[in-house]
Design a protein. Structure first.
Ligand code: ADP
Length: 433
């Protein structure tokens, strides 16, 4: 016995044949214990889904072993269930019948199935929808039926593959809440959860441990405990602090923050200016790097490739490095896993990543602190500009304010009224410590 519920030992998976054979994941070691909720994050293509399929026994690795309760897994793992991004419900069956199918497959007699399926639907908040057909439900409710069906199997190991990513924001949030309640309240027989997600905040919100992967080849690069009790508050300083640490893992940052980021206006030392670039230009660079082989290129080639001047390239690469989206070494610029995640993310996820990263910058710490201290949490643009003129030339001070407004608006950390030239705090955002 190893003592672990699940253990992956030296897992390597390859796809393709001959010339085109490539390594999707290489030498992955990972153990999950009873009671753990583990999230697996990393850029697309790093092998997260591959690992889930191996864990559940849907695929066999070319090398390595999967141990379940200390025993070598042979074939499909009967104790594991995967919840996918979208659930294939049977459209001709009612909500209740869709759940009963899973109970029937477990050999449960008909009279018990009815009672149990009603219980399960109640548990995911679908009380009253038993006789509805899938087409009558919203996407969020359909996914809830999917969860009820997964629960019907009473899996010891529940695997989630981007289970919330196809839902609208509100449905996703409510379903996350339902699952967490069931899990933390011990209302389900599930012993461990392994969740694959693109959404870093979701990982920190739900999991006890976040395992970070990178690609080419897919491998584990970090394993971080999330030392926060449930329920977690997304805006609390403790939550944001852990979130920052997970982002830093993806960004491959090892330097202490104060060395990397410099100082804020009013603090001792030279104020770290925001690089003079737009979010669109930065996104363009990251998308470009994401398309290059090995996500890397000589910095000098960027001028030609992106059709930019030398100064612009300098500002652009500085911004990418400052935000942890790329590293620069020996004349090469290389995308970090965080940069890859941003390049491949959709708009909302991009905004979240961007917000988390810029909130740490000295200039934003200062702007947000000024706003929080201001009457009604609003400030004239000129207040900031004049304060910055103590440290920058008038042109540079004005430019810094413009950049802070542009970046802050994109990140939805602040709002700006062009007519009155006033900055506001975005509504839901509270003091971030
Ligand atoms: P992720 O879930 O992190 O996006 P995947 O596990 O889906 O990563 O994929 C890892 C790599 O393996 C990718 O490059 C993907 O294109 C490749 N891959 C995944 N499944 C197959 C398959 N059945 N055949 C060939 N290549 C595959």
């Amino acid at each position: 016995m190893t003592g672990h519920l699940l253990e992956l030992k030296g897992i390597t998976q390859k796809y393709g044949r001959g010339e085109r054979r490539f390594t999707a994941v290489e030498n992955v070691n990972l153990a999950i214990d009873e009671g753990e909720f583990v999230a697996l994050i990393g850029p697309s293509g790093c092998g997260k889904s591959t690992l889930l399929r191996i864990v559940t026994g849907l695929n066999q690795p070319v090398e390595g072993q999967v141990l379940y309760r200390g025993e070598l897994l042979d074939g499909v793992n009967p104790h594991a269930t995967i919840v996918f991004q979208t659930f294939a419900l049977f459209p001709w069956l009612t909500v209740q019948q869709n759940v009963e199918v899973a109970l029937k497959a477990r050999g449960m007699p008909p009279n018990l199935r009815t009672v149990r399926s009603i219980d399960l639907l109640d548990m995911v908040g679908l009380d009253g929808f038993e006789t509805a057909f899938p087409r009558e439900l919203s996407g969020g409710m359909r996914q809830k039926v999917g969860f009820a069906r997964a629960m019907a199997v009473e899996p010891e190991l529940l695997c989630l593959d981007e289970a919330f990513s196809a839902l609208d924001v509100l449905s996703a949030e409510s379903l996350r809440g339902e699952l967490l309640e069931l899990w933390t309240g011990g209302a389900i027989p599930t012993k461990a959860i392994l969740m694959v997600t693109h959404n870093i905040e979701e990982a920190v919100l739900m999991a006890d441990r976040v395992v970070v992967m990178d690609k080419q080849p897919g491998r584990v690069i970090a394993d971080q405990k999330i030392p926060l009790a449930h329920p977690r508050q997304r805006k609390s300083p403790e939550f944001l602090d852990v979130l920052d640490r997970v982002y830093a893992l993806l960004a491959g940052q090892t330097q202490p923050e104060h060395i990397e980021l410099g100082t804020a206006p009013g603090e001792a030392g030279r104020t770290r200016a925001l690089p003079d670039i737009s979010v669109g230009e930065l996104a363009g660079l990251l998308e470009f790097l994401d398309e290059t082989p090995n996500d890397r290129i000589d910095v000098y080639r960027l001028e030609q490739e992106l059709n930019l001047g030398a100064t612009e390239v300098l500002q652009l690469t500085e911004a990418a490095e400052l935000l942890g989206f790329a590293t620069i070494a020996k004349g090469d610029i290389t995308l970090t896993p965080l940069g890859e995640t941003f390049a491949e993310a959709r708009i909302l996820a991009r905004k979240e990543i961007f917000a988390t990263r810029i909130r740490r910058l000295p200039m934003f710490r200062w702007v947000l602190a000024m706003l929080d201290a201001a009457d009604k949490a609003q400030l004239d643009r000129d207040v900031l500009r004049l304060a910055l003129e103590l440290e920058f030339s008038p042109e540079d001070a004005a430019r810094q304010v413009d950049l802070a407004i542009d970046w802050g608006r994109y990140a939805e950390l602040l709002a700006y009224d062009d007519n009155t030239e006033t900055l506001y705090r975005e509504t839901a955002e509270t003091v971030a410590g």
